[in-house]
Design a protein around this ligand. Structure first.
Ligand code: API
Length: 274
């Protein structure tokens, strides 16, 4: 029997698993993610968030996506883990934890959680790349915010439906010549002055999710660089809002990013039949 806590950040939902004594090997965690995240035959989730000991911070967060791959970072997941650590007495309101993408800082702010994502390297960022798709081309920006992200302006590329977003997402994620590690794909649209709509196809889930934290940050950076949007940018996702603060270096080569939004508990689960 395996005990999980189910949590979500704006509907981006995870099964939290403690693995302090390294009771589960990487292989077991991969298989567990594939099995437990299956909605029809098991519990269902976008991924498993694993908490382990860290030698350089208070604890370590790992993400195993629903297809069994391990992601380096997860913004919505980081908020959930911070809340989990706080409510289970592992950390105080302010904490530092390790991820494969480096150390992040979390702060509990009532029902919301703020995550300092650290410095994002923008030195190799080109805003308008093109790639062939069907009979035409797609214009996109590529940047890494902990994990790889493509940002596509929906209107400019005439992307209208979720089905089309999923098709484009799967096509780019699967194009390993251009994206050797695969990629998350965000579709962004301006709503008002400092407000955007962001819809994300997630690598590792191979589908559109309700929200993506690192994707919200990637889209906010692009909105700021392309449209001059001022920080903080309110990022509307299908499942709720994320707020993104950005501080660019004077030459725009680096950006310090903070992400805030909801993190909620939904269930305590004992998984049977493994
Ligand atoms: N949903 C996550 C991103 C997960 C990244 C994962 N899909 C990968 O790239 O392996 C977030 O809130 O930032």
């Amino acid at each position: 029997m395996i005990e999980f806590t189910k949590m979500n950040g704006n509907g981006n939902n995870f099964l939290v698993l403690e693995n302090f004594k390294r009771a589960y090997t990487n292989e077991e965690l991969r298989n567990l993610a594939i099995q437990a995240c299956n909605t029809k035959f098991s519990i269902g989730a976008d991924g498993i968030l694993v908490i382990e000991e860290s030698e350089i911070a208070e604890f370590k967060m790992r993400l195993f996506n629903s297809n069994g791959t391990e992601g380096e970072m997860c913004g919505n997941g980081a908020r959930c883990i911070a809340k989990y650590a706080f409510y289970s007495g592992m950390a105080s309101e302010k904490m530092r934890f390790e991820t494969l993408a480096g150390i992040v800082e979390g702060q509990i702010l009532g029902n919301e959680v703020m995550i300092s994502m650290g410095r994002v390297d923008l030195s190799s960022l080109t805003l308008e790349n093109t790639i062939a798709y069907g009979d035409g081309i797609i214009q996109y920006t590529y940047l890494v915010v902990g994990v790889p992200h493509v940002v596509i302006i929906s209107e400019k590329n005439c992307v209208e439906s979720l089905e089309e977003m999923k098709r484009i997402g799967r096509y780019l994620d699967g194009n390993h010549e251009v994206f050797p590690e695969g990629t998350n794909v965000n579709f962004v649209q301006t709503l008002y002055d400092n407000m955007i709509q962001n819809t994300t196809y997630e690598r590792g889930v191979e589908d559109i999710t309700e929200s993506c934290g690192t994707g919200s940050c990637a889209s906010a950076v692009v909105a700021s660089m392309l449209w001059g949007m001022k920080s903080p940018v309110l990022v509307k996702n299908l499942g709720g809002d994320n707020k993104v603060w950005m501080k660019f270096d004077s030459d725009q080569k680096y950006c310090d990013i903070q992400l805030a939004g909801a993190a909620n508990f939904s269930a305590q689960i004992k998984m049977l039949d493994i």
